[in-house]
Write a protein of this length. Structure first.
Length: 83
Protein backbone atom coordinates (compact mmCIF):
# COMPACT_ATOMS: atom_id res chain seq x y z
CA UNK A 1 0.00 0.00 0.00
CA UNK A 2 2.90 2.38 0.56
CA UNK A 3 3.59 2.26 -3.21
CA UNK A 4 0.03 3.45 -3.82
CA UNK A 5 0.70 6.21 -1.29
CA UNK A 6 3.86 7.29 -3.10
CA UNK A 7 2.09 7.36 -6.48
CA UNK A 8 -0.74 9.44 -4.99
CA UNK A 9 1.78 11.67 -3.23
CA UNK A 10 3.72 12.25 -6.45
CA UNK A 11 0.62 13.07 -8.49
CA UNK A 12 -0.98 15.44 -5.98
CA UNK A 13 2.28 17.21 -5.22
CA UNK A 14 3.33 17.47 -8.87
CA UNK A 15 -0.09 18.85 -9.80
CA UNK A 16 0.39 21.74 -7.37
CA UNK A 17 3.88 22.79 -8.53
CA UNK A 18 2.87 24.41 -11.87
CA UNK A 19 0.68 26.88 -9.96
CA UNK A 20 3.62 27.86 -7.76
CA UNK A 21 5.87 28.28 -10.79
CA UNK A 22 3.30 30.27 -12.77
CA UNK A 23 2.64 32.58 -9.83
CA UNK A 24 6.35 33.12 -9.25
CA UNK A 25 6.95 33.80 -12.95
CA UNK A 26 4.02 36.16 -13.58
CA UNK A 27 3.63 37.62 -10.08
CA UNK A 28 -0.13 37.55 -10.79
CA UNK A 29 -1.92 36.57 -7.59
CA UNK A 30 -5.30 38.03 -8.49
CA UNK A 31 -6.91 34.62 -8.92
CA UNK A 32 -5.54 33.19 -5.66
CA UNK A 33 -7.91 33.22 -2.71
CA UNK A 34 -6.23 33.95 0.63
CA UNK A 35 -8.91 32.09 2.65
CA UNK A 36 -8.43 29.02 0.43
CA UNK A 37 -4.65 29.24 0.64
CA UNK A 38 -4.77 29.63 4.42
CA UNK A 39 -7.11 26.69 4.91
CA UNK A 40 -5.09 24.57 2.47
CA UNK A 41 -1.82 25.41 4.24
CA UNK A 42 -3.21 24.52 7.67
CA UNK A 43 -4.70 21.32 6.26
CA UNK A 44 -1.39 20.26 4.70
CA UNK A 45 0.47 20.97 7.95
CA UNK A 46 -2.05 18.77 9.77
CA UNK A 47 -1.63 16.01 7.15
CA UNK A 48 2.14 16.26 7.66
CA UNK A 49 1.74 15.94 11.42
CA UNK A 50 -0.57 12.96 10.88
CA UNK A 51 1.89 11.34 8.45
CA UNK A 52 4.70 11.75 10.98
CA UNK A 53 2.53 10.31 13.75
CA UNK A 54 1.75 7.15 11.76
CA UNK A 55 5.27 6.98 10.30
CA UNK A 56 4.12 7.09 6.66
CA UNK A 57 7.04 7.96 4.36
CA UNK A 58 4.75 8.81 1.44
CA UNK A 59 2.64 11.22 3.50
CA UNK A 60 5.70 12.80 5.05
CA UNK A 61 7.44 13.31 1.69
CA UNK A 62 4.41 14.65 -0.18
CA UNK A 63 3.18 16.93 2.56
CA UNK A 64 6.65 18.29 3.32
CA UNK A 65 7.00 19.43 -0.29
CA UNK A 66 3.43 20.71 -0.44
CA UNK A 67 3.83 22.68 2.82
CA UNK A 68 6.73 24.54 1.23
CA UNK A 69 4.79 25.08 -2.01
CA UNK A 70 1.67 26.30 -0.21
CA UNK A 71 3.76 28.60 1.97
CA UNK A 72 5.33 30.07 -1.17
CA UNK A 73 1.89 30.82 -2.62
CA UNK A 74 0.80 32.50 0.62
CA UNK A 75 4.02 34.52 0.57
CA UNK A 76 3.49 35.49 -3.09
CA UNK A 77 -0.11 36.46 -2.36
CA UNK A 78 0.99 38.77 0.45
CA UNK A 79 3.96 40.17 -1.46
CA UNK A 80 2.37 40.73 -4.88
CA UNK A 81 -1.22 41.58 -3.95
CA UNK A 82 -2.34 44.98 -5.16
CA UNK A 83 -2.82 47.17 -2.15
Amino acid sequence: MEIVGFVAAFLTTAAFLPQVYQTWKTKDVSSLSMPMLSMFFVGIVLWLIYGISIDSPSMIAANSITVVSAFMLVYFKLKYAKR
